[in-house]
Design a binder for this molecule. Structure first.
Ligand SMILES: C[S@@+](CC[C@H](N)C(=O)[O-])C[C@H]1O[C@@H](n2cnc3c(N)ncnc32)[C@H](O)[C@@H]1O
Length: 218
């Protein structure tokens, strides 16, 4: 896969400072809690959050199991400044590193993570980047390790397709439409993962979020 070095910022065409307030409108506490439930962090786990943004999920996972090592990776130094501030205020200690998702294995090491998570990232990446990021996530996981992704998935109803237009306005249609068409389970399987499941769907004001779980073969 060809590495990429351009990315859509967290809030798309809106100001970065608006990101957390906007996401709070998406039943954020519900779906982030569902992600934490599927991650089920254990002491000594290494958990990597790809495209960690302002750090909300990394902080939640670190607070859920303070003895786990949580590493947040994002290409945007500005968003990582917000993440570090949020972590300090919460008394959490994720290790935030600057890098693209398709370089995550080089950044944290092959076969080092017990769990790789990612929320709201793949929908705003071009198709080759979605594929390259999933391949790098697979490399980063130890054999038997777990993948948990929360992102906009198949938009199954007219209401959800309409609501998802807000995301398409912010992040553009070209990168987001494959998610709305339900491409992620296929891409996850093509990256080498086993047992790919869409475990939850959450209807939000900006479209339907799906949680996907899968494993790297043991
Ligand atoms: C919508 S935000 C989601 C942030 C966070 N994961 C959350 O749940 O709030 C998308 C994040 O993905 C990052 N991003 C965009 N393209 C990326 C890529 N190719 N690799 C890794 N991160 C990327 C952006 O910098 C941004 O912080």
């Amino acid at each position: 896969m060809t590495p990429t070095d351009t990315f859509t910022p967290a809030a798309g065409r809106f100001a970065l400072g608006l990101y957390d307030p906007i996401v709070s409108l998406t039943r954020e506490r519900l779906w982030r809690s569902l992600v934490a439930m599927h991650v089920a962090p254990r002491p000594d786990d290494v958990i990597v959050d790809v495209g960690c943004g302002t750090g909300s999920l990394a902080v939640l996972l670190g607070r859920t199991e303070p003895r786990a090592t949580v590493i947040g990776v994002d290409p945007d130094p500005a968003v990582l400044r917000l993440a570090r501030r949020k972590a300090a205020a919460a008394g959490a200690a994720p290790d935030f590193r600057t890098g693209m998702g398709d370089a995550v294995a080089d950044l944290v090491g092959d076969e080092t993570a017990d769990t790789v998570v990612s929320s709201l990232v793949l929908h705003q990446c071009p198709l080759p980047a979605k594929q390259a990021i999933l391949a790098a996530m697979h490399r980063t996981l130890r054999p038997g390790g777990k993948l948990v992704i929360a992102d906009f998935g198949r938009q199954r109803t007219a209401a959800m397709r309409l609501a998802f237009r807000i995301v398409q306005f912010a992040d553009g249609k070209e990168d987001t439409q494959p998610n709305a068409d339900g491409i992620l389970p296929r891409l996850i399987a093509e990256a080498g993962f086993e047992g790919v499941r869409e475990t939850e769907t959450v209807a939000t004001v900006t479209g339907s979020l799906s949680l996907y779980t899968a494993r790297r073969a043991a």
